[in-house]
Write a protein that binds this ligand. Structure first.
Ligand SMILES: O=C[C@H](O)COP(=O)(O)O
Length: 171
C-alpha cells in the first residue's frame, strides 16, 4: 500500500507494536527485509523497557533487536535506527543527553564489530521519546545522535524548534 501511494518511508518495530501486537525481533526483522525489498526506506525502532534498563540489560536488549535485523539484511543504506527507550515514549520522561549518547555510541560500536565499520559510521541513529522544544538542542548536540523520531511534539508549534535543532551540529 505504501509503495502504491508513493510513500517512501515506513516505521517498523515501534514499541507499541512489539508490546501490544507481540511482534518479535524476528518478525520485525522480516518486515524490515521485506520493506527494503519493495524499495521502501525503513526507520527501525529499538529500545528497552524501564525494567530492562533498571536490570542493566539496555545494551543486551537493543543489540539483540539490532542483531535480528542484521541477520536478515545486507544493505543498510536505506535503514535508519531509532533508539526509543520505552519508558520515554509519550511519558514526558526524556532520556538524558548522556543516556542517549551512551546507547547510540554503544550501538555504533556493536555495528562496527558485528556488521561493518562502514555501516557503523554511516547509519543514522536517531533518538525518540519525549523530545520537545526544550530538550532537543542538548540531545542534538550529542555526537552520535543523528536526529529524532518525534511523536507528541510533532503536533505542536515547538516542532519548528526541533527541526531547527539539526543546526546545532553545524554551529
Ligand atoms: O511514535 C513516536 C515516538 O515513539 C515518540 O513519541 P513521543 O515523542 O510522543 O514520546
Amino acid at each position: 500500500m505504501l509503495v502504491n501511494l508513493e510513500i517512501p518511508w515506513v516505521i517498523l518495530g515501534h514499541s507499541e507494536r512489539r508490546s501490544l501486537l507481540k511482534e518479535s525481533n524476528e518478525f520485525v526483522s522480516d518486515k524490515v527485509a521485506y520493506a527494503l525489498s519493495q524499495g521502501l526506506k525503513v526507520i527501525a525502532c529499538i529500545g528497552e523497557s524501564l525494567a530492562q534498563r533498571e536490570a542493566g540489560e539496555t545494551m543486551t536488549v537493543v543489540s539483540e533487536q539490532t542483531r535480528a535485523i542484521a541477520d536478515k539484511i545486507t544493505d543498510w543504506t536505506n535503514v535508519v535506527l531509532a533508539y526509543e527507550p520505552v519508558w520515554a515514549i509519550g511519558t514526558g520522561k526524556v532520556a538524558t543527553p548522556a543516556q542517549a549518547q551512551e546507547v547510540h555510541a554503544s550501538l555504533r560500536t556493536w555495528l562496527a564489530s558485528n556488521v561493518s565499520s562502514g555501516v557503523a559510521e554511516s547509519v543514522r541513529i536517531i533518538y525518540g521519546g519525549s523530545v520537545n522544544g526544550a530538550n532537543c538542542r542538548e540531545l542534538a548536540a550529542q555526537p552520535d545522535v543523528d536526529g529524532f523520531l518525534v511523536g507528541g511534539a510533532s503536533l505542536k508549534p515547538e516542532f519548528v524548534d526541533i527541526i531547527r535543532s539539526a543546526s546545532v551540529k553545524r554551529s
